[in-house]
Write a protein that binds this ligand. Structure first.
Ligand code: FUC
Length: 876
């Protein structure tokens, strides 16, 4: 249950190298995390989506069925794309690259198991047939760009099989052939819409026995071998090149790019020059370096039942902690498989697709889905995986710059820069070949939301050269577009036209979505400019504009408005869905930073809005997003309720996420669930490192290591009975560590060697420590803090202009009460009365007559002086 400090690793390293313990050496043993099954995946589309095991290395996505009659390995390559005139869910898109069969004809098997070991990034199949134990091991290697499969048998000379790669969907816009020669099968062809040349090569390396290529059948047969290795490499003539997006004619987009033959041949030759053991070691080193950064232990023992039964049993509450840990790590695993530098980023289905018409064409949607895919990259300590998106963005942005000029000309011509320096505008739909322009479905805020991922990339890593070279130009140019696009409306600078993602009130003015996203990007750009010491005339414009972007408006239900014309929650238009899956007016709460603990009135409004949105949406990614949003308002119980909804309602047997019960796989909720859980365990949106900000009672015991906070602080925590017993923070970039936890200022704060550490305290719950790069701070002996029960049910009994009579239901903890007010859209409360002894109060103030709307709040104060975090609010 407790953190398992892997002193063995630490000691081995130090004994071997004679080195002192480095911060990185504070390793924590990973819990054994695996998906396993006692039957193969059914050979069908349903088997693919529910049961097959996903793997991937950025270059290819693979679904392994683990069958014994004829194993099936389905391969996806993210650039093999089709298009056409069909619309909606019938539209073509990402295509299935290859269906590879390995025929064994083993039909009388026993003791069958297959598994995916998340600790190693390896999948295995084991069974017995005819007194022989057969096993297979599969992995996809990023460093060596191949998939490797090792087939073995317990008795020499008993391994026989036929390798049979095929091209799916031939004839429907796709031509090609398969041919076997010597030890290699080559599959190649053309996908005609974008003129994509594709090639896959499969090399068989048997030990013992005989091998025969049969050109007629396009197969290779191995007979009576001891063991064998199969290596697979794939590719197309796609390249990260602006030409792809700047060329209009579909068939010319890849013109002049080299045929993939040489590339794929090279991948395979390089891999084949290494032994299987060497390939495996390369893969392990690459994979575990990423995966091992974070561990999570909620106290679960590894269950005895297979994963499909575990998923099915979850609604009844069986072995749930294990599935909760597993799904968290599975999201990290999926991102490692699907987002690697130099390869296309994860789309709606990550890097996995079996269809010719995948859901929403497996595109990149920037009104939540892409951003959700990358949420765990930062908090779950995989920031460099974002490089995959950086590579793609830097290519398609060339087209977005053209759109920016077009839209400024169209919507705000007075602001047009004639030399076309108008920044870039946000795309909504993107695929590897096209970016669309504006869409009434989502506002222009999609661009600033993309820029926010770049900001997070810096904010979590604090690498200044990354900021200067990769991040700042993207934010600055986005701010450039926004600064020209917004229009003066009643003294504010608003988006026009403007939409809130997927809501039915479209092409309106100044939606909260657009305004919040614009605000955050202007703000982050100005912060970045200060860090880099930049100044120029446009930055001055952003500075002047920032306070006029009006990102938050509080409505009469106490809600954060989604639309400016809204008064009470969701009353702006009859067509609006009050339970909508999107909660775009709250992106400043999450994944943004605008609404945080230093804006308590906005935080309360966010809480109210989340309650009004209700828990009724069954959409996977929406549930995942709400986990994080509820964590940000410190409601651990509600956050956990959404995590349970997701695990119960949307996880399939292979842990793929079912978008809405179709089954329709979308990877975003997988990534999003990981990020949501991380937000329950650690937050830092206000640049204060806050461990366990939303811990549910169900997770009363546990530990984690390596979750990342803004500022590049790596945090590890042990807790029991809901209270942290040990916090450890590794400062990876230096700088001031602000740490918030109840009673942290009264704890013992030391270096790992036991030397005391200087800190400054603000109250009992916040400390500041000046750290140097590589420094570790350990906090122990934290006095337990029992939270103060909040009062409830605050009511305005009488309101006569200059006097408001208030009453509330008291708290058993209260020695007295504090009363606060936040006028209009104010982010923070002012204290208006303290030391109130009863549960009612007559509030008199000379300015009450002039105030249209304000939020009143009452909090309980205990005898020890601690006030309740939450309170009761009412809108006047
Ligand atoms: C957005 C979401 C939908 C779905 C689609 C692919 O439009 O609103 O729920 O995820 O993308």
């Amino acid at each position: 249950m407790f953190i398992r400090n892997l002193m063995t690793t630490v000691l081995t390293v130090s004994l071997l190298t004679g080195m002192h313990l480095t911060p990185e050496a504070t390793a924590v043993e990973q819990s054994a995390m695996r998906l396993w099954y006692n039957k193969p995946a059914p050979d069908s589309d349903a088997g693919w989506v529910n049961d097959s095991i996903p793997m991937g290395n950025g270059y290819m996505g693979v679904n392994v069925f683990g069958r014994t009659d004829s194993d099936r390995i389905q391969i996806t390559e993210n650039s093999l794309y089709d298009w056409g005139s069909d619309k909606g869910l019938k539209r073509r898109g990402l295509n299935n690259f290859a269906e590879v069969y390995i025929d064994f004809d083993h039909t009388k098997t026993s003791s069958y198991t297959r598994e995916l070991d998340l600790n190693k990034g390896i999948s295995t199949v084991n069974y017995e047939q005819g007194g022989v134990k057969y096993s297979r091991e599969y992995f996809t290697s990023y460093p060596d760009k191949v998939m490797a499969i090792r087939l073995s048998a317990s008795k020499a000379g008993t391994l026989s099989f036929t390798l049979r790669p095929t091209i799916p969907f031939l004839g429907t816009g796709k031509s090609g052939s398969v041919s076997a020669k010597g030890d290699t099968i080559t599959l190649s062809g053309v996908m005609s819409y974008f003129n994509i040349k594709f090639e896959g090569q499969f090399k068989v390396i048997p030990k013992g026995g005989k091998m025969k290529a049969s050109s007629g059948n396009d197969t290779i047969t191995v007979s009576n071998a001891d063991s064998a290795v199969i290596l697979i490499a794939v590719g197309t003539n796609y390249k990260f090149d602006p030409q792809v997006f700047l060329t209009t004619a579909a068939a010319d987009k890849l013109k002049g790019f080299p045929d993939p033959h040489a590339k794929v041949t090279g991948y395979l030759a390089d891999a084949a020059a290494k032994s299987y053991e060497e390939l495996l070691a390369n893969h392990q080193a690459d994979y575990t370096e990423l995966y091992d950064r974070v561990s999570l232990d909620l106290g679960a023992a590894e269950p005895a039942i297979p994963t499909d039964e575990l998923v099915d049993a979850y609604p009844a509450g069986a072995s749930s902690r294990y599935l909760e840990e597993l799904a968290f790590q599975f999201g990290r695993y999926m991102l490692i498989c699907s987002s690697r530098a130099g390869t296309l980023p994860p789309h709606l289905q990550g890097i996995w697709n079996v269809y010719a018409r995948p859901p929403w064409s497996s595109q990149y949607l920037h009104d939540t889905n892409v951003q959700m895919a990358y949420a765990p990259a930062f908090c779950a300590n995989l920031p460099e995986l974002f490089e995959s998106y950086v590579g793609f963005f830097n290519v398609f942005v060339h087209r977005q710059r053209q759109y920016a000029t077009q839209y400024i000309k169209q919507y705000n011509p007075a602001q047009l820069d004639k030399s076309r320096d108008n920044g870039w505008s946000g795309p909504f739909w993107t695929n590897p070949y096209n970016v669309t322009g504006k869409s009434p479905v989502a506002g222009f805020g999609t661009g600033s939301w993309i820029a926010q991922m770049f900001w997070d990339y810096y904010d979590y890593t604090r690498d200044e050269s990354l900021l200067a070279d990769t991040v700042y130009p993207v934010m600055y140019e986005q701010a450039n577009f926004v600064s020209r696009f917004v229009k003066d409306v009643d003294g504010f600078l608003l988006a026009d036209p403007s939409s809130s993602p997927e809501q039915k009130l479209r092409n309106t003015v100044g939606t909260t979505f657009d305004q919040q996203m614009f605000y955050e990007n202007h703000h982050n750009t100005l912060t970045a400019a200060k860090i880099l010491g930049r100044s120029d005339k446009r930055l001055d414009i952003y500075e002047t504009q920032l306070p006029l972007l009006d990102p938050i408006q509080i409505g009469k239900s106490g809600q954060i408005k989604e639309f400016r014309q809204e008064e009470y929650y969701c009353d702006a238009n009859k067509a609006l869905d009050p339970h909508h899956r999107h909660a775009s007016m709250m992106l400043g709460l999450y994944p943004g930073q605008l609404i945080n603990d230093s804006t308590p009135a906005w935080l309360d409004a966010a809480k109210t809005t989340l309650t009004l949105r209700t828990r009724s949406s069954n959409i996977g990614w929406a549930r995942a997003e709400r986990i994080a949003m509820l964590a940000r308002v410190h409601d651990g119980e509600e956050a956990y309720a959404y995590y349970k909804d997701l695990l119960e309602g949307n996880y399939m047997h292979n842990l793929f996420n079912d978008h809405r019960g179709d089954p329709l796989f979308q990877a975003d909720a997988n990534y999003g669930a990981t990020a949501g859980v991380a937000e329950m365990l650690l937050q830092s949106q206000d640049h204060v490192v806050a461990p366990l900000p939303a811990l549910p009672a169900a997770w009363s015991e546990g530990s984690y290591s390596g979750i990342l906070a803004r500022g590049n602080f790596e945090v590890s925590v042990q807790w029991s009975d809901g209270h942290a017993s040990r916090l450890e923070v590794l400062s990876k970039a230096g700088g001031t560590l602000k740490l918030r936890y109840p009673n942290v200022a009264k704890a013992v704060i030391m270096t790992p060697e036991g030397k005391s550490v200087d800190f400054a305290a603000k109250g009992s719950d916040l400390i500041g420590i000046k750290t140097t790069k590589g420094q570790i701070v350990v906090v122990t002996d934290i006095p337990v803090c029992i939270p103060v029960i909040a009062p409830s049910n605050l009511k305005v009994d009488k309101d006569v202009k200059s006097q408001i009579e208030l009453s509330w239901t008291g708290s058993a903890d209260a020695a007295s009460y504090n009363l606060y007010r936040a006028v209009g859209n104010a982010p923070d409360y002012e204290l208006i009365a303290s030391n109130i002894k009863g549960t009612d109060f007559v509030y008199k103030a000379s300015d009450l007559k002039q105030i249209d709307q304000m939020t009143l709040k009452v909090a309980a104060v205990r005898a020890d002086g601690r006030a309740s975090d939450a309170g009761a609010t009412v809108i006047r």
